[in-house]
Design a protein around this ligand. Structure first.
Ligand code: ADP
Ligand code: MG
Ligand code: ZN
Length: 510
């Protein structure tokens, strides 16, 4: 007897349909699995054999061959256990073939026949729908993730027997349902923190608002206790709420990484803050069983690198390419794949190892040691930060003032308006925000009048700016003008953008 079930593999962040064929024939009782399998898939044989036995199925002593195709994709992980078991049961006549039509199955099996959760259910159910499947059978713990995809039914099962009963039309399991609208209605964007809790820091807050509006990468430099970490954590609270499409895109990544928990969707902008001891693979993704890294988990949100110079130099240098491409390409023996990585990079650092340079009353680092510390950040990496801002500690008096601080919501309203202008301006382009402007598109979208032209030229000469710095000033000026609802970039916008440039000149300039 020959049978065929359907399952799926993950490639990058997409599901790919895999067929699971089982053949039963006379001969030595051997169980073989073929089809370019990773080691975990090879081990499925043992799990499936014992799970079948412990679920009460007695299989006659026959030769069983299971083939997973297409043969050119390497199959990894444990999600093929359940479809393999089902395919074998069908080959032995325990299930009518027709019952598997239009059904896609994934799930890991325990030896006792329980179905365990797996990674990547959301993109797999999505692929199933796109390929015309009508139903998906997934581990119960992953059912919500699958149910987010509308236009296909997702059933969660806890055991192999439940899956068989479901396929035989008994068992009383109904399709999982998720009310997406109510998920979005109940979001608390703030996470319990708010910008209004940060006293003073007017200039730093302004720089953050500009950075978020144009999706510019931001570097904060200043002594310990200045509030850098406190400010960074509040950045997602002034970003516009996620749309459903954005939420789906992020959730696919979290689903593959196995970070969905019991949630149906990720509905908040990610804020990822990896420790400086992180490995390159954990930061950018990859590995033997490929997984998205922190930069992809920060997709459409914030990647915060606190204490930037403490990171391994090689590790942060690897960020340069993804920052440019807004995705990461991972090369493997059998081809490469991509993970999205369109995030806002926010970094914070002290200016020297004691933290207090240039305050010579407190900092006793030698100038060469300050320089060495600062030079842990390479010029090319520094160039990726459109905005550099100095965060200075509050003086006692400022903390005393009981000024009412603006709430995150008030700031978010302005940010959203500025972003809307950009989304409309760049419709049809391959970027959305001012940070994505290239030297060529800058010419088109950042035209200056004579007066502004000469202001910039003067700064260019006086500050001995590089071409890169020149472009960055224009991009940031574009965002400042957008926040000002001004189509024209005016002198005041340019002057402010130049300020953000002069700070890294102060520390890294000659
Ligand atoms: N502007 C501020 N308003 C309110 N509290 C502040 C401010 N700046 C610093 N703090 C307090 O100081 C603590 C240390 O700030 P932190 O963000 O860790 O500084 P940094 O990261 O620059 O070393 C914060 O947790 C907060 O309690
Ligand atoms: Mg800090
Ligand atoms: Zn110092």
């Amino acid at each position: 007897m020959f049978s065929k079930a359907y399952s799926a593999a993950i490639h990058g962040i997409d599901g790919l349909i895999v067929s699971v064929e089982a053949d039963v024939s006379d001969g030595l009782p051997i169980f073989d699995m073929v089809g370019y399998l990773g080691s975990e898939v090879k081990e499925a044989r043992e799990r499936v054999r014992i799970a079948l036995k412990n679920s009460g199925y007695k299989l006659p002593a026959k030769r069983i061959t299971v083939n997973l195709s297409p043969a050119d994709i390497r199959k990894e992980g444990t999600a093929f256990d359940l479809p393999v078991a089902i395919s074998i049961l069908m080959a032995f006549g325990h299930l009518p073939e027709d019952n598997l039509k239009g059904v896609l199955i994934i799930g890991e099996l325990s030896l006792n026949g329980n179905v365990n959760k797996v990674n990547g259910v959301l993109p797999i159910v999505n692929a199933a729908k796109q390929n015309g499947f009508l139903k998906c059978i997934v581990p119960k713990e992953n059912a919500k993730e699958g149910a987010v995809v509308k236009g296909i039914e997702t059933y969660g099962v806890a055991t192999l027997s439940e899956a068989v009963a479901l396929l035989n039309g008994s068992g009383g399991i109904s399709a999982e349902y998720v009310d997406i609208n109510s998920l979005f209605r109940s979001i608390d964007i703030s996470n319990g923190i708010d910008f209004s809790e940060v006293a003073g820091q007017k200039a730093t807050k302004r720089a953050i608002e500009i950075a978020v509006s144009g999706m510019h990468n931001l570097l904060m430099i200043g002594p310990p206790g200045a509030g850098k970490t406190m400010l960074a954590k509040r950045i997602p609270t002034i970003m516009p709420e996620l749309t459903f499409e954005e939420s789906l895109e992020i959730s696919k990544i979290y689903s593959i990484a196995g970070f969905m928990g019991n949630q149906a969707l990720i509905t908040k902008r990610p804020f990822r803050s990896p420790h400086h001891t992180i490995t390159t693979t954990a930061l950018v993704g990859g590995g033997r069983n490929p997984k998205p890294g922190e930069i992809s988990l920060a997709h459409l949100g914030v990647l915060f690198l606190d204490e930037l110079p403490e990171f391994q130099k090689e590790t942060i240098e690897v960020l340069r390419q993804p920052l440019e491409d807004r995705l990461v390409t991972i090369a493997r023996l059998n081809g490469s794949y991509r993970y999205p990585a369109d995030f806002m990079l926010v970094a914070a650092m002290n200016p020297c190892s004691c933290g207090y340079y240039p305050d010579r009353n407190r900092c006793n680092c030698s100038l060469p040691s300050v320089k060495r510390y600062l030079n842990r950040i390479s010029q090319p990496l520094l160039d990726r930060f459109d905005i550099c801002i100095e965060a200075l500690p509050m003086v006692y008096k400022e903390l005393q003032v009981e000024d009412k601080q603006e709430t995150s919501e008030e700031i978010r309203t302005r940010v959203s308006l500025a972003r809307q202008i950009q989304l409309e301006r760049y419709r049809g382009q391959n970027f959305f925000f001012n940070s994505g402007l290239t030297p060529r598109t800058i010419k088109k979208y950042c035209m200056l009048d004579m007066k502004e032209q000469s202001l910039l030229e003067e700064a260019f000469i006086k500050m001995n700016l590089s071409a890169r710095a020149y472009h960055r000033i224009l991009k940031v000026a574009r965002t400042i003008a957008d926040l000002d609802q001004s189509e024209k970039i005016k002198s005041k916008h340019i002057s402010e953008a130049i300020c953000y440039r002069s700070i890294d000149q102060k520390y890294w300039g000659e």
